[in-house]
Write a protein that binds this ligand. Sequence first.
Ligand code: PEP
Length: 257
Amino acid sequence: AVNRMPLIAGNWKMNLDHLQTVAFIQKLHWSLRDGGHTEGTVDVAVFPPFTDLRTAQTLIDADKIPFALGGQDLSAHDSGAYTGEVSGAFLAKLDCRYVIIGHSERRQYHSETDEVVGSKVQAALRHGLVPVICVGETAEDLEEFGASAVPVSQLNVALESVPADAEIVVAYEPVWAIGSGQAATPDQAQDVCAKLREVVAAKLGADAAARTRILYGGSVKAANIASFMREPDVDGALVGGASLVVDEFSSIIRYQK
Ligand code: PEP
């Protein structure tokens, strides 16, 4: 995490309606304040369901809450006859800064291929959004190819045609660690994150590799976040389950204390 601003990102998946989102954001903000959190030491981003974004934006804006917003997915298209899809233009209009792309649940349940992920990365960049590109191996991949081969190849495809000066975030999320309670070890995370940084260097150049934040995700909680953050190539975390519990997520954000 040398010279890179840490990023703690909460992926709420299909949880919290817009009223629950308002209550959650307020409680998280108070919990951080009461816990002595120093603003500006860590970037915090939350990824609510699409239907919550407008309310979350209004609250964050009115109360000057220092959380960035992001979508959990976006369409590869900008507008038109794509029933049910949400365009990057709409996310940008709601002040979203980030968008998660290629989460393993999208790859698994919505058959998103590496090529689809690549076209969504292009869509995000067209609309000034920072793509949070998720890569990671399944338990079967791990057995067959080891930890890094699949995420490295996924990232290679996702970064095709990405300009060297684009801001991107990469999230290494071993599928076997997501929601399983069985996180990777900090060593394992460091090893793959370092290889992913080499991919960024090869595709986008050394400056981009030095600047790009690479997150670890998979059963991150308050008890293990600091051990990941000590690793030089882990610049933050993408948090699922633990981002839905105010005190737990607040402790994760305050990992430096
Ligand atoms: C995720 O789905 O991005 C994730 C990391 O989930 P969890 O923290 O629940 O393992």
